[in-house]
Design a protein around this ligand. Sequence first.
Ligand code: B1N
Length: 844
Amino acid sequence: KHAPALKENNYKQISIRGIPLLENVEEVKKVFNRHLHFTIVKDRDVATDHDYYESIAYTVRDHLVSRWIRTNQYHFETDQKRVYYLSLEYHMGRALSNCMINLGIENSVDEALYEMGLNIEELEELESEAALGNGGLGRLAACYLDSMATLGLSAYGYGLRYDYGIFAQKIEDGYQKEYPENWLRYACPWEISRPEFLVPVQYYGKVIDDKDGKKKWVEYITVHAMPYDSPIPGYNNNVVNTLRLWSAKASEKFNFALFNSGDYIRAVAEQSSSEDITRVLYPNDDFDEGKILRLKQEYFLVSASVQDIIARYKRSKINLKADQQVDFTNFPDKAAIQLNDTHPALSVVELMRLLIDVENLGWDQAFDITKRTIAFTNHTLLPEALEKWPIDMFQKLLPRHFQLITDINAHHLDIVQKKWPEDKERMKRMTIIDDEAKKVNMGYLSVVGSHAVNGVAQMHSDLLKSTIMKDFYELNPEKFQNKTNGITPRRWLLICNPDLADLITTKIGEGWITDLAQLKQLRDYVDDEQFIRDIQRVKFENKERLSKFLKKNFNVNINPNSMFDVQVKRLHEYKRQLLNCLRVITVYNRIKANPDKDVIQRTIIFGGKAAPGYKTAKLIIKLICNVARTVSEDPVIGDRLRVVFLENYGVSLAEKIIPAVDLSEQISLAGLEASGTSNMKMMLNGGLTIGTMDGANVEICEEVGKDNIFTFGLTYKEVDELREKGYNAKDYYEHNAELKQAIEQIRDGVFSPEDPNLFSDIVKSLLESDEKFMLLADYEEYMKAHERVEQLYKDGTEWTKKCILNIAAAGKFSSDRAIREYAKDIWNVTPTDKKLPSPDAGRP
Ligand code: B1N
């Protein structure tokens, strides 16, 4: 441990994030020491760095607590409509710096630790990240929680507290290996368990007809859901909302029979199997594995959350006052439930069940309330990701819910029949329960049970209406909306790129932090030479910092003077990392063929996890690693080309990479990436995009103008036409010598001399069965787009001007903008920029 260089520390003092008051610094030290002593129970002779991390985390948490309690009191008092975000994934990342920044205590903590000889940045690295998500969908949920708190909404996140989040990825000999990541090994200082709010969740059993003609679910087994609450601080507004994650706890009654038969040891030991429900996150992105454990997880989240939501409604102010049987008529005016994809789609049926079976409402009223409460976000059109549960499995696990879905389906098909009496085919297409395939279609259930359905970028929302949900759009056009994704400017600029944040603030003030559209004022400085130099300096320093980090942690050498050309995202064929790899091979061949030509230096960075069972994706990782090896071992190449595959890409690594990006690779086949969000993060940090007209790239292009982005490739319409007429890979292969060469090299084992056939499956699929991703169709235009990139990069000033224009145009992609739209168009709640009174003011 060593104190940071004084110069760096002084520099930080000149910051937008408030000047530390001496009392605060003294206070922080006092509280820190108290926690080391009373909470961690260590003295300074035996305390580890991790103990110091925990002490500072508890110190920061103390600052949250009264705001957190106060926020709950306030929400009770005002009794505004609550928003419930339900998601199987929350990719939160680390909490410490986020909490400090949002509370405005970063400088005091920094200074206090400095005076004690500790370094905040080093301690921050010791926090294990809450990586309870796969990719964009889980990270989006995290960004939305941040924005909902910052906009003062009375909002709750509900999810699962997996013991194991996404696996840790290691690259061994170029192959991905998965290791379990026990993020709870050290207790997590941010979460608070609430055993008093334990909720029972039921599975299996059967349904009988009760005496009074009601349906009764009996002989079920019960698992308990234990809530763990984490704070979600808003930015500088004294709001602290709650993320409630459920953990499975065996019910003591779970194995009553065994207990009674005297087999005490076995009864206790077998409890652990029901606790397996929340053991591990399914590591699939954009893919449905269809396993029963996953269905149990989905119902676990849904049942616990919906019961909790109803319980909160019952003890909310209007109902406590009413002093009578709770009236559910107003429920949709007091609660909005947003489904993050179909994963929590059972909410539709669980809410029906609770209203009908437990609260004794009639079917029609229950369905009306359900629809007005629930809204659904779709995140993908890929057929392999659309959830369809086998009827047998579903019916066995959730017999009552299957009945209710049958009723909902009958009601729904009745409406369809009335509207299109002759159209038998349409009825067949639109059924929620497909008797032929013996599947329950969760997407259809979500649409039928919601009042609003949205896609995550304009193009995606349009495609939803014209493809997979076409019939449903024709039935209820008024339900369909678009809500283009966004990212939080706090984590993805203010925190991860403090020097750029400061530089922007010196020009336009700090209003952008909560009103990102203000970045457009930066356009006034696009010709300001000093500003251009400052932007260049910040980018270079970020690249240097990343280079040092990679050297230190992975022993990877990269040159900060080269262009950082980056594709970091989950590994999936549709995202076409393989197209990028073909390009890399071509660049390599060109240098070899023409070693004296003057080219710009490039560092091509890949990163991302493949689902453990996704063979092709894992083989693509191996290919990239082998190409990287070949390039680095080739003496002709020198420092002109460097290829690296970074291990274990996730939120924390992203925070280091994104600020250092020059070129952002967004090259999915048009029509397949619903939105993308790494495209937004890189744009906001001054990276230029090379991309296809897919997902949110289309809107990035609209915002920044087509002269300031490198677009290429087939449009969705062209993809459609090509598929219609028949895609033939050989057409491209035979007509492009460079492409042919690259594929032949892979085929001939140039990158795998120890096993020349290693990549034969890749070659085969490229040439014989790639109508799904059409890599070769976009190759030539992709190469040309890269030549335009190279041209521009040679002129540092012109390049940087475009970086500035990209930052200036990134305002639309704030998650604050997205949440404002959800609030207005779907939830009917009103954001506020008013601060809650600070804790030292009286009770609201
Ligand atoms: O959701 C992101 C989008 O930006 C991406 O384009 C989209 O691919 C991603 C099943 C998914 N869609 N579907 C999933 C994740 C886990 C799983 O088990 C599907 N992820 C996306 C945010 O809108």
